[in-house]
Design a protein around this ligand. Structure first.
Ligand code: GLP
Length: 255
């Protein structure tokens, strides 16, 4: 795992956008895994502002989707990702895939089939929940899990209540890629900013590999990159070391 300590959220967005653009430049028919939540939004704004590469051949797969709200609900993750980034990048909505709650109980297997048929995710962008969840894999999720339905914790529903009129409207369930599904992606790129993520980042990066901190599964991936600003990295014991390694990176290496 490579931890990249950066000054602020703008620097995180800029480096994340560089990585995504480099991927699309190298492989125009990239399968991109995108995440919702507020962490990736500055990255999306950066990509849209730059429009530096053509996204016409890119296919997008979402990490997760709420269960219990209609597909056309403004807070459904498919609607959100189109609004936040894919429409503005010119990605045809037909190329934007998400787990489909209408297919339950077979929705998980069917999403895994679609991922496989597309050749798997090349680059997966991730955020992290304040309790260490990734996608909607809450603490306790099996490290071997595949796409399935999960019950959201009270903490996650409270965190996400800001997107709804009240916490009562936040769905109690979601379909989510599993932790083993995530490990199938070619490259995992996690972005985290702000003090509220500091404990989760420290646990994920420097703590033990444990279902108790689902994001620690990144430790099992041969190509995982974690971009953090000062606040999100404030509880990392090895911050100086990561800074030294990043500063000394050979120019040709990239992330
Ligand atoms: C949600 C999403 C995750 C996201 C997390 C953090 O629950 N399912 O993919 O990483 O919350 O969200 P935020 O970036 O808004 O803090």
């Amino acid at each position: 795992m490579e931890v990249v300590p950066l000054k602020d959220p703008a620097a995180v967005a800029s480096v994340a956008a560089d990585v995504i653009e480099a991927q699309v430049r190298a492989k125009p028919a990239t399968v991109l895994g995108l995440a919702t939540g507020s962490s990736p939004v500055p990255t999306y704004d950066e990509l849209v502002g730059r429009r530096a590469v053509s996204y016409g051949r890119v296919t997008v797969f979402l990490l997760d989707e709420y269960v219990g709200i209609p597909a056309d609900h403004p807070q459904s993750y498919r609607a959100t990702i189109r609004r936040e980034v894919t429409d503005a990048l010119g990605i045809d909505p037909g190329r934007v895939h998400g787990p489909d709650p209408s297919l339950l109980p077979a929705a998980g297997g069917s999403y895994e089939d679609r991922l496989r048929a597309a050749g798997g995710v090349d680059l997966q962008l991730l955020g992290i929940g304040s309790d260490g969840h990734v996608a909607f894999n809450e603490p306790g999720s099996s490290l071997a899990s595949r796409t399935r339905i999960k019950t959201l914790t009270e903490e996650t529903r409270r965190d996400n209540a800001r997107f709804f009129a009240s916490i009562d409207e936040v769905p109690r369930h979601a379909l989510t890629q599993g932790l083993a599904t995530l490990l199938d992606a070619g490259h995992l790129l996690l972005v985290a900013t702000g003090e509220g993520k500091a404990a989760a980042i420290a646990a994920a990066v420097e703590g033990p590999l444990s279902a108790g901190c689902p994001a620690s599964v990144l430790q099992l991936h041969p190509h995982a990159t974690v971009l953090v600003d000062r606040a999100a990295g404030s509880q990392l014991a090895r911050w100086e070391h990561y800074a030294e390694v990043y500063a000394g990176k050979p120019d040709w290496q990239g992330l």
